[in-house]
Design a protein around this ligand. Structure first.
Ligand code: HEM
Length: 485
């Protein structure tokens, strides 16, 4: 027994002796990484709970505040089950966006792919992303915006606004959602708002959305499970529409539908499954975001009466000129004249931060400003942390549309559209395909709102980050018809 033990000891000793030079060689070959400072927290969960804890949308939240104060604008952590680098640094964010596909790649958590679909635009990379992006850009090209979309945006904004009753309390967020949803389903599937199919789709979509924002727990009764079921209902509906269109094409009667579905069926090589996920992701990206932006504008403006007054003057002037010219519908030139409104839109996006942070991963070992970002690590550019940083924006918590005067010189170093400190729509090869449509929607909605109504916040409500931005009470407002114009 003793001999056996000493034999084992001898073996272990020889192994250690043999392994030592190997360990030494390995360590010499692997230079010590200079990772950004930070902590990793609990195994797997890491600091995810703190990172995702809800906080007011006009702040960066306790987690980011404390981490930036302690570690600086770039720090390491463990988030969503993976080692991660978090960036509140505008230069690094720009570097990440500009190197999409070369050094970094879009990498949303699996639960998002599970619900939005494996062919969702948020999930796909490489050639498939390039093809889908081309379709989305074509769908929202500036020619489309100037012609058919401008008219549609105005019609749908008026439809919602004209349904408002004086002195009634209602949810501004729900109304904004109605507007953007109706607009999207009209342009994607040619569904009119009063169509029962559109209503059914809206219901299924609402359940679907609850699951997108919930914890990905796939058990009976959970929001996530219900959302997966709604996803199935929505997909069945879109599938039925596809079959109808394909049938029409076979019979040579393509119908009058000048919508995205027809365009994709005629001009792309996407499979049915890919088309379904593409449509669902456009519905999601194009409806949730701009409706939140409109709600944020409605929330911020009553706190800044001078901005409301300046909007009244700008839109009153446009309306008067149109009356004199005998014109009714808004034109692209009218839209271009909404200069102050564009500052209001920028300021709303800066302060409200509809999309807080993006998911990326490093696909190569990267060295940036002396720090190492190892291959495979998650990288999270936090757009909101730059927009609310006092070193980039004076009094960042203040709703101040005039900071965008002279192309945003008070808001940062350069013009809004070319400003590394202002990236509400992301950047690089994944820059929001609907950014121009979103700005158009917000401006046209404000135009008719300001001309027709005065509004008050009927109840105190505040946007929170869940991490999707949402008003817990739906932003209840009351309106009065304008009589002054
Ligand atoms: C205020 C409103 C909006 C904001 C703040 C916003 C923000 C963003 C951001 C930050 C991204 C980049 C995502 C990433 O890099 O991972 C993005 C992507 C995208 N957005 Fe928007 N968006 C808005 C409205 C819209 C609208 C109205 C549409 C119309 C359908 C749209 C369609 C898209 C699409 C298709 C992408 C994916 C682009 C790609 O991967 O190439 N967005 N959006």
């Amino acid at each position: 027994m003793l001999m056996f033990d000493s034999h084992i000891n001898l073996c272990i000793l020889s192994l250690v002796v043999l392994a030592l030079p190997l360990v030494f060689l390995y360590r010499r070959k692997q230079p010590k990484l200079n990772l950004p400072p930070g902590q990793t927290g609990w195994p797997l969960v890491g600091e995810t709970i703190g990172f995702l804890k809800p906080y007011p949308a006009t702040t960066i939240g306790k987690f980011m505040e404390q981490h930036i104060a302690r570690y600086g604008k770039v720090f390491k952590s463990t988030l969503f089950g993976e080692p991660a680098i978090v960036s509140a640094d505008p230069e690094l964010n720009k570097f990440i966006f500009n190197n999409e596909g070369k050094l970094f790649e879009c990498s949303y958590p699996k639960s998002i792919g599970g619900i939005l679909g494996k062919w969702s635009m948020l999930v796909v990379v490489g050639d498939m992303h390039r093809d889908m992006r081309a379709i989305a850009l074509n769908f929202m090209s500036s020619a489309m915006l100037r012609t058919s979309m401008l008219k549609d945006v105005e019609t749908h904004a008026l439809l919602v606004l004209n349904s408002w009753k004086q002195n009634f309390k209602f949810s501004a967020q729900e109304e904004a959602k109605k507007f953007t949803f109706n607009l999207m389903v009209k342009n994607i599937l040619s569904l009119e708002p009063d169509n029962p199919e559109a209503e059914a789709l809206k219901k299924a979509y609402a359940t679907f959305m609850k699951g997108v924002v919930s914890a990905p727990l796939n058990f009976p009764g959970t929001s996530y499970r219900k959302a997966l079921q709604s996803r199935f209902t929505i997909l069945k509906f879109i599938e039925k529409k596809m079959e109808e269109r394909n049938q029409n094409m076979k019979e040579g009667s393509e119908g009058l539908d000048n919508d995205l579905l027809n365009w994709v069926l005629r001009n792309s090589n996407l499979t049915a499954e890919q088309i379904l996920d593409l449509i669902l992701s456009l519905l999601f990206a194009g409806h949730e975001t701009s409706s939140v932006a409109i709600s944020l504008a409605l929330h911020f403006l009553p706190g800044c009466p001078r901005a409301v007054q300046q909007l009244r003057e700008e839109h009153g002037e446009i309306a008067r000129a149109k009356r004199e010219a005998g014109e009714v519908e808004l034109t692209w030139d009218d839209y271009r004249r909404m200069e102050f409104t564009h500052w209001v839109v920028n300021e709303t996006l800066r302060l409200g931060n509809v999309v807080r942070f993006l998911h990326r991963k490093a696909i190569k070992d990267i060295r940036y400003k002396g720090y190492d970002i190892p291959r495979g690590w998650k990288v999270l550019p936090v757009l909101a942390a730059v927009h609310l940083d006092p070193s980039h924006f004076d009094h960042p918590q203040l709703f101040d549309p005039w900071r965008w005067q002279n192309n945003g010189s008070r808001g940062g170093s350069a013009g809004a559209s070319n400003n590394v400190n202002f990236m509400p729509f992301g950047g690089g090869g994944r820059y929001c395909a609907g950014s121009e449509l979103a700005k158009l929607e917000i401006a046209i909605f404000i135009h008719h709102l300001i001309l027709n109504y005065q509004w008050d916040l009927a109840e105190e409500d505040q946007a929170f980050v869940y991490p999707f931005v949402d008003f817990p009470k739906g932003l209840p407002i009351r309106v009065q018809r304008n009589v002054y114009l």
